[in-house]
Design a protein around this ligand. Structure first.
Ligand SMILES: Cc1cc2nc3c(=O)[nH]c(=O)nc-3n(C[C@H](O)[C@H](O)[C@H](O)COP(=O)(O)O)c2cc1C
Length: 150
């Protein structure tokens, strides 16, 4: 299984921390969204999109990359957020659904959030992603992404 993950992680590097754990364990290739144009996505078996959640959505640069996914290419989503909600990422989910790219699965965990007034109290989800989050991300990747290729 050859997979790449196109990502954006600007607030505290929370999402990148999850992706680094996956890259170390599974050798998945990480591509920052602003550097993804010109990459031939057709050479992968699956492509992931990963981002912090900003105003309930994935970063625009990541969602834009999903619009260039080859037809039929399986996709998966990874995000970190201050507080959990099942409604995050509706724009990128819409892009994948519209283009009929199969969604292998979605992984989300909390990430240190000092946005807005949370800054005044040192942020929320301060020690996340933690070891348990990283273990859950590895299990997600093994089951949903690698498992789909078996
Ligand atoms: C501008 C901005 C908007 C955010 N909006 C949300 C939000 O709608 N819901 C949420 O749970 N967290 C929100 N957060 C917190 C981030 O999703 C969270 O800290 C995430 O782990 C950041 O990932 P990163 O460090 O990879 O960028 C927001 C953070 C910023 C800076």
């Amino acid at each position: 299984m050859r997979a790449a993950i196109i990502y954006h992680s600007s607030h505290h590097g929370n999402t990148r921390k999850v992706l680094d754990a996956l890259a170390a364990e599974f050798g998945v290739e990480l591509v920052e969204a602003s550097k993804a144009s010109g990459i031939d996505l057709s050479s992968y078996d699956a492509v992931g999109f990963a981002s912090g959640i900003y105003y309930s959505e994935f970063a625009q640069a990541v969602t834009a990359c999903a619009e260039h996914l080859p037809a039929g290419m399986p996709a998966f989503l990874i995000y970190t957020c201050g507080s959990k909600s099942s409604r995050y990422g509706s724009a990128i989910r819409g892009v994948l659904a519209e283009r009929a790219n199969p969604l292998l699965g979605t992984f989300g965990c909390r990430g240190w959030d000092t946005f807005g007034l949370f800054r005044l109290i040192g942020g929320i989800a301060k020690h996340h992603p933690d070891d348990a989050d990283l273990a859950a991300a590895r299990a997600f990747y093994a089951n949903k992404v690698l498992g789909a290729g078996e």
